[in-house]
Design a protein around this ligand. Structure first.
Ligand SMILES: Cc1cc2nc3c(=O)[nH]c(=O)nc-3n(C[C@H](O)[C@H](O)[C@H](O)COP(=O)(O)O)c2cc1C
Ligand code: SF4
Length: 604
């Protein structure tokens, strides 16, 4: 084992910032990360053992419990549920003779669930040792079970099992761009870095990762920040349930993504007006663990770009403009999509959001100026560099320039990827995707907003329905309480546990929703959820905590009857009925007088 470990460590130059990558590779080789492996890595890398152990324990796709040859995880977004994942899971357990959540006696298999795997348009999804398999059916599970029982290495499984479709249903200026690799970059390098920045500013580009921050402002702040090393980070963590557009952009438009990153590097690295005076700048792309199937193809694109002089030294002949990109793979933690948590993770640490300020633009990766943007934002920046701000602003609305790529899933005939100019109505999207009898749409995932069919003339735009891209459709056969219940479990599972309001609050929300689901809730519980939301908004450390109650409150507001019909009573009863709980004691002691009650009336 030591030799194999050392080889992995050497490949990563025994660098602590590569710790997550090292642990992933050790696990690939050994099927788990043993205590001995942790000892060895800690010793070699020069970190306290507790730190290495802490990192290994933080990520849900790193296993320190026991070896296991095949870990099979069913994606558990609400859309997977609608596609039957909860019937399929016990079927697979039975086939493999395993109990859900427990490694089989012979260390062969483990079956459980995981958060959304980004395959909502072709679910239910399954991960086998981290490799994604879409469109799970009983027939597919029969094949998978056979391969597991025969102990066929995953690399030798039939390729058709892993085929993921792009499902592009509507393409606009981004997905249908006629550019060749290098076109946008060459256009950018033909003008000064200030002019590039000026175009991005004039185009009014806003981030596509959710918050909608003005991109040029971020780039400018990073450029102006003191320091002689800068970083361009692409956020490809895409963990929001219902979102899968970055998966398709990275599959179909990888050159454009890398081009956008390189253009950003050009804009932020050049100091002063002298374009020959470039500071050192490096690129990092953080790819969510669920998309490990994209790692190799993306690395091939990077190789091709290096060979074409579009990455590396003196890019496209511009003296001293050196830039290259490295890909880091995540390991199953939604919170790592939050930009400061993502930076921590890139540094090989646990993905816990940092205190802000200072912001990444001045104190990001390794405390150096860093620009973090979403995959789609970099694509849009490349389009602007090639076509100019005026052209870009001719699409969309005055306040929301350009287009937005949506990931459409749920109750519709044609789930998949739809690119629209900003300002498009929800009605239009529903018509295009073949949705009928729609009841509700969850826009931008659980952390976004749930709207009812009465609101379908609202528009996809920053000034109305801002979205990172998820668009989950629910028809009239669906119970919106069940949707919110699933999301409450998601947030509780994904809370990183760093701050008490979120750690406790998301667990309380989950418990309250479980209680309502079991028919034991009262109006008091509904009021408690509203209170919890206020606490989380005021005191949670990051956006995960702030938004955790959103889906519950939205559905409670718009679909109140689905909550009320679950209530034990419509009276305002406290969460815990202490007097009721004492009933057993009264029966045992034969007492039922007023003194044996917390209330004055004898009630039994
Ligand atoms: C819990 C949480 C998860 C997030 N996940 C993502 C993500 O998967 N992808 C993303 O681009 N931004 C995500 N964000 C937003 C990022 O923090 C950041 O705003 C974004 O990457 C900036 O890029 P943009 O300006 O191009 O949108 C997340 C934020 C939070 C609070
Ligand atoms: S709000 Fe939640 S996810 Fe964010 S830091 Fe606190 S515990 Fe972690």
């Amino acid at each position: 084992m030591t030799q194999a470990l050392q080889t992995i460590l050497d490949r990563h130059q025994i660098n602590p910032t590569r710790l997550l990558q090292i642990l992933r590779e050790v696990q690939d080789a050994e099927t788990w990360i043993s205590p001995e492996a942790i000892d060895y890595i800690a010793g070699q890398i020069g970190l306290p053992r507790a730190q290495v152990d802490g990192v290994a324990g933080f990520y849900s796709f790193l296993y320190t419990d026991a070896p296991c040859r095949y870990r099979l995880l069913f994606s558990d977004n609400i859309t997977d549920r609608m596609q039957g994942n909860m019937d399929l899971l016990p079927y697979l357990c039975e086939k493999l003779w395993v109990e859900r959540g427990r490694i089989s006696e012979d260390s062969l298999a483990f079956v459980d669930t995981t958060s959304c795997t980004g395959l909502c348009d072709q679910g239910p999804g399954l991960l086998v040792n981290g490799w994604a398999i879409p469109r799970i059916t009983r027939e597919r599970l029969d094949r998978i079970a056979e391969l597991v029982l025969e102990q066929t290495p995953v690399e030798q499984w039939p390729r058709d099992l892993f085929e993921i479709e792009d499902n592009i249903r509507r393409a606009d200026i981004l997905l249908d761009n006629p550019m060749e690799p290098g076109d946008a970059l060459v256009a950018a390098l033909a003008v000064s870095p200030e002019d590039v920045l000026g175009e991005v500013k004039a185009a009014n580009l806003r981030g596509r990762g959710g918050a909608g921050f003005t991109t040029a402002m971020k780039w400018e702040a990073c450029r102006k920040a003191p320091g002689d090393h800068r970083y361009v980070v692409c956020n490809a963590d895409e963990g929001e349930p219902g979102t899968f557009k970055d998966r398709v952009l990275l599959t179909r438009q990888a050159d454009l993504v890398f081009e956008g990153m390189t253009i950003c590097a050009y804009a932020i690295a050049a100091q002063g007006n002298n374009v020959k005076n470039f500071e050192s700048v490096r690129g990092l792309l953080y790819l969510r663990g669920e998309y490990r199937h994209l790692l190799e193809p993306l690395n091939q694109v990077l190789e091709r770009r290096r060979a074409a002089g579009l990455l590396g030294k003196d890019i496209h002949g511009v003296t001293n403009f050196d830039f290259d990109i490295e890909i880091h793979l995540g390991a199953g933690a939604y919170v790592c999509g939050e930009e400061s948590a993502l930076i921590e993770s890139l540094e090989g640490k646990r993905g816990i959001p940092r205190n802000r300020p200072p912001y990444p633009v001045t104190h990001g990766y390794l405390q150096r100026p860093t620009t973090v943007n979403n995959v789609e934002t970099f694509c849009a920046a490349a389009l602007i560099a090639a076509g100019g701000a005026e052209w870009y602003r001719s699409f969309g609305t005055v306040k929301s320039a350009g287009t937005k790529v949506l990931s459409v899933s749920g109750d519709c005939a044609r789930p998949g990827i739809y690119e629209y100019p900003f300002g498009t109505t929800v009605r239009q999207v529903l018509e295009d995707c073949g949705a009928e009898n729609t009841l509700a749409i969850q826009v931008s995932g659980p952390s976004g907003v749930c709207i009812s069919v009465d609101e379908i003339d609202r528009r996809i735009a920053f000034e109305d329905l801002a979205t990172a891209g998820a668009f989950m459709v629910f028809d009239r056969s669906r119970d919106m309480f069940a949707v919110a219940h699933n999301f409450a479990h998601f947030f509780a599972h994904e809370s990183c546990g760093f701050c008490t309001p979120c750690r406790v609050g998301t667990a309380m929300l989950r418990a309250t929703m479980d209680k309502l689901a079991a028919g034991h809730g009262t109006l008091y519980d509904l009021a408690e959820i509203e209170k919890l939301d206020r606490v989380l908004h005021q005191s949670a450390h990051c956006g995960l905590g702030h938004t955790a109650c959103n889906p519950t409150l939205d559905t409670m507001k718009r679909f109140r009857p689905t909550y009320e019909r679950r209530l034990k009573s419509l009276d305002f009863e406290p969460a815990f009925d202490l007097d009721g709980a004492l009933a057993a004691a009264r029966r045992m002691t034969g007492r039922n007088d007023a003194g044996a009650h917390l209330t004055t009336e004898a009630s039994e």
